[in-house]
Structure formats: C-alpha cells, structure tokens
Design a protein around this ligand. Structure first.
Ligand code: PLP
Length: 375
C-alpha cells in the first residue's frame, strides 16, 4: 500500500485501524450469530448515523454510488429525465444518474468546488426532474439558494454529500437540506469501512420506506415483493466497522479542519500557490486539502520526488471523459472546471498527519517556488 520511500503518505488507513481488536471482537460475535444479512449491527449503525446528523432516517446501502442512485429511483427518475449536477464531480454522481437511465446535465463550479448557483437556473429544461448538488472536497454548496430555485421549479433535490460528512452551512449540516442525501464510507472518505458502504439520509418517511425496499429487491417482507429493486444492502460486517468509526467522526473532522488551518496560515505568503477562498458561512470538513498552484504538473512531480504523496482531484474533468462523449459537451464548456483540472494539487490533511509531516509539505512547496527545485 504505502510506499516506504514516502516521507508524507496520503492514506491514514493503517494508522486509523492500528488497533483493530475491538472490531475483531464484535466480528467474532457476529460470525457466531451468522447474522450477516441486514443483521443487528446494521440497524444499530443506522441509528448512530441518523443521530449524528440529526435526521429521522439513515439507510445503509452497499456503496456511496448506490446511496446516490436509490433516492433518484425512489423519486421516480427514469429514462428521458435530466438531472442537473456539477461538471467537476467524481464518477459516482454521474454513474448513479446514468443507472436510473437519466441524463446528467452539468453546471460549472466556482472556486468553492461546488456548483455555481448563478448558472443553475439556465440549465433547467422541461425534462429536468431533479437537482443533484455535490458538496465537493468537504465544503458545502449554497443550499439555501439551490433549495429556493428547486422550490420555484418544483424540483426535488438529492444532495451528494459523500465528501462532506458533518460539513455545515449556516450551522445546518450537509445532507439535511434536500429530499435525501448520499454519504459514502469508501476507504478514502471522512469515515470509512473495510470495503464499500454508503448511507442514505432523509427526514421523509416515504423516501425512507422506498429506500429500504429498493436496497433489498423491493421486498416488503420475506415473501412479498412490492416493487422492483436492487441488491445493495449494507453488510453486517461493514456495519460493525461503521459502528466503531462513526463515534470518531466529530474528532476526525475537527482535526482535519485544524490541519487545514495550519496549512492555510503557512501557505498564505507562498508565491505561486493560492488558497481557495474560505467561506465564513460554511464549516468545511476537508476531505481534500487543495491549493491552486502555478506550474502544477511540475510541482506534483517535485513533491513525489521529495517523498510527498500529492494528488490531483481531478486531472481530467468528468465532462471531458470518453465515457461521456455522447453527452456532446465540448472542451471549454466549463472553464472553471477546466482551470481546476490544470491548477489543483491535493495534500494529505487527515487526522493522523503529524505537524512534522505538514511542515515537510509546506517546506517542499516553498522550496519549489523559491527556485530550489531547479538543478
Ligand atoms: C466517493 C463519492 C461517491 C460515492 O462513491 P462510492 O465509492 O460508491 O462510495 C459519490 N460522490 C462523490 C462526490 C464521491 O466523492
């Protein structure tokens, strides 16, 4: 997994699960009970997750992608419909829209990495059937304005909150504005399990009921199939891991935010690197710590040579991917997304990162722009 020559690794997973004994203990019990399918830990985890977000329902599913897909399906989104989302999002948002047969329609982002709300209304057509804003990087999209536009056009909103667990806007949590929201516990997310898992949250009883049906073949009970559904349950084993890690969420996001503040202070006066604007109204949970960097590709290469596992989110904008060529978007259609693909660099910011590791990142970037990178 992590490269031994790396001085600053990207993934904190080995540290996060350095002591897996408490999880093994509960897994041992689970194995003895054989309660693998929608077992007791699933309900327990769902209750903990719902309580953390202050929502009425949390429904565990097989992945964050399915947590995006199922609410769309529950809302009746179908082939021929359009769902509006961001041009710069991760594959899964668009994959979920595609799986219900709908067409993704993109809106450019702004420097918050979230959808530019000024451009939203112009993309609404008679075929638009839902809005799917994405809280990318750990910041929160301007939900009050998005909800206003949605109300005006009578459109439901499903939030892709997979990157922003416990993010807030005006004190309200990401994922609690729309009809439903999707969270992911993929290993690279704020909290994670030992494989794939996702969670749908909603305050709407009917959305919750439909989501529970859809994740389990549309089964109302053992013998009656009410609707056609999927097999995308949260595994009991993953729920055991989820129960262990969900308790740590608050501490994890607070440490991430402290680390980001440390970086921001250190990068403030580094010429060549620009910190994205920070929104005083949002509580950013920093799944990703991104800088806009001059000579970005050279900087990434230099960082890797210096043993810093820097990343790029994302080097090829989603709307320009081959798989989406049929949508007919031309290069240049989303200039901010394009600029981000050229300027963004991501550094580790997780809860297990040490002060020394952060100093090493800062010094490396400083050295690069001070010209010390050149031979
Ligand atoms: C991770 C992620 C998802 C879901 O991905 P899974 O790997 O299926 O859990 C959806 N949307 C965004 C923006 C994501 O980052």
């Amino acid at each position: 997994m992590s490269n031994p020559t790396m001085r600053v690794r990207y993934s904190p997973l080995a540290q996060q699960y350095a002591d897996p004994e408490p999880i093994f203990a509960e897994l041992r019990e689970l194995v003895r009970s054989g309660d693998f399918t929608l077992g007791k830990p699933v309900g327990e985890f769902e209750e903990m997750f719902a309580a953390m977000l202050g929502v009425k329902h949390a429904i565990g599913v097989g992945s964050g992608t399915d947590a995006c897909k199922i609410p769309l399906k529950a809302l009746g989104i179908r082939p021929g419909d359009e769902v509006i989302t961001c041009a710069n999002t991760f594959w899964a948002t668009v994959g979920a829209i595609n799986e219900v047969g709908a067409k993704p329609v993109f809106v450019d982002c702004d420097d918050s990495f979230c959808l530019n709300v000024d451009q939203l209304e112009a993309s609404i057509t008679p075929r638009t059937k839902a809005l799917m804003p994405v809280h990318l990087t750990g910041d929160v999209a301007d939900m009050p304005r998005i909800m206003q536009i949605a109300a005006k056009h009578a459109l439901p909103v499903v939030e892709d909150a997979c990157q922003s667990l416990l993010g807030e806007l005006d004190g309200r949590k990401a994922g609690t504005f729309g009809a439903a929201a999707a969270f992911s516990m993929h290993p690279l997310k704020i909290i994670n399990v030992w494989g794939d898992a996702g969670v749908i949250v909603t305050d709407d009883d009917e959305m919750a009921r439909m989501s529970r049906l859809l994740r389990n073949h549309g089964l109302k009970n053992r013998d009656e199939m009410e609707i056609l559904g999927y097999n995308t349950r949260l595994d009991s084993t993953m729920a055991v891991v989820g129960k262990y890690i969900v308790r740590q969420t608050r501490d994890i996001v607070e440490q991430r935010a402290r680390n980001a503040a440390y970086y921001d202070a250190a990068f403030k006066d580094v010429r060549g690197a620009r910190i994205p604007p920070r929104n005083a109204r949002t509580k950013h949970v920093y799944l990703l710590y991104i800088l806009f960097a001059e000579r970005r590709n050279e900087l990434v290469k230099y960082c890797i040579e210096q043993g810093i596992e820097a990343k790029v989110h994302y080097p090829i904008p989603l709307y320009q991917q081959k798989a989406l060529a049929h949508l007919g978007y031309k290069t240049g259609a989303f200039p901010v997304t394009d600029r981000h693909a050229e300027e963004c660099i991501t550094f580790p910011v997780d809860q297990h990162l040490s002060r020394e590791e952060m100093d090493c990142v800062v010094e490396t970037v400083r050295n690069f722009y001070a010209g010390k990178a050149r031979p």
